[in-house]
Write a protein that binds this ligand. Structure first.
Ligand code: SF4
Ligand code: SF4
Length: 201
């Protein structure tokens, strides 16, 4: 039987590798810095998030959930790393482009049942008539600034903007109720429609 001889190229590579640095990195004994574009754990940035729920809507892994608490008037968005597939859809869909961003964090083992999490807590606006959730105040203000003069076509955005500018109390009249006070209330779409049709508040 004829024994195959090693090819010259393999011999050169084998000998050369004895004197060159290893191709593997030193992790976990040395810290590993992932390359740019690496899709690690998403993180909420509360100051940039307006609580619009776009990230929740697009998340294919249902790794993002939210809870509205009418008592405390808070909306809590929660991200769970154990359900995340690191697709980056949440970051791409974020209306402020900075509310949730993927980091380079990849060591996500945890003893917690929900795994590693990140949360954003935002203030809710409740309908002044029926108490239903209208949205987050930061979301309304963000939209009001975004649409500019068009906000005069939407009473809720207009009132949210005037509230931010501290004009709302003045318009409502602290001591003398406005004759059409319903127009100066932050209402859910149902109550707004009813108020406009019946003109009774
Ligand atoms: S990266 Fe993908 S799976 Fe993970 S939270 Fe964002 S949208 Fe959901
Ligand atoms: S602002 Fe961005 S991070 Fe906040 S709820 Fe909307 S999409 Fe999610």
């Amino acid at each position: 039987m004829r024994i195959p001889l090693p090819k010259i190229r393999e011999v050169i590579e084998a000998v050369g590798s004895l004197f060159s640095r290893p191709f593997t990195n030193g992790y976990p004994f040395k810290p590993l810095v992932p390359p740019d574009g690496f899709r690690g754990k998403p993180e909420y940035y509360q100051d940039e998030c307006v609580g619009c729920l776009a990230c929740y809507e697009v998340c294919p892994g249902r790794a993002i959930s939210y809870e509205d608490n009418k008592e405390t008037k808070k909306r809590t968005l929660t991200y769970r790393a154990d359900l995340c597939i690191f697709c980056q859809q949440c970051e791409k869909a974020c209306i402020t482009e900075k509310g949730i961003q993927l980091t380079k964090q990849f060591e996500l083992a945890s003893y917690e049942r929900k795994g590693v999490t990140s949360t954003s807590i935002k203030e809710l606006v409740l309908c002044e008539n029926c108490g239903e959730v209208v949205g987050c105040i930061d979301h309304l203000r963000f939209l009001a600034r975004k649409v500019g003069p068009l906000l005069y076509t939407n009473p809720t955005l207009l009132l949210a903007r005037h509230d931010e500018l501290k004009l709302l109390e003045k318009e409502r009249g602290a001591n003398s109720p406005h004759p059409r006070a319903g127009h100066l209330k932050l209402l859910c779409p149902n109550c707004r429609r009813e108020m406009i049709v019946k003109e009774q508040w």
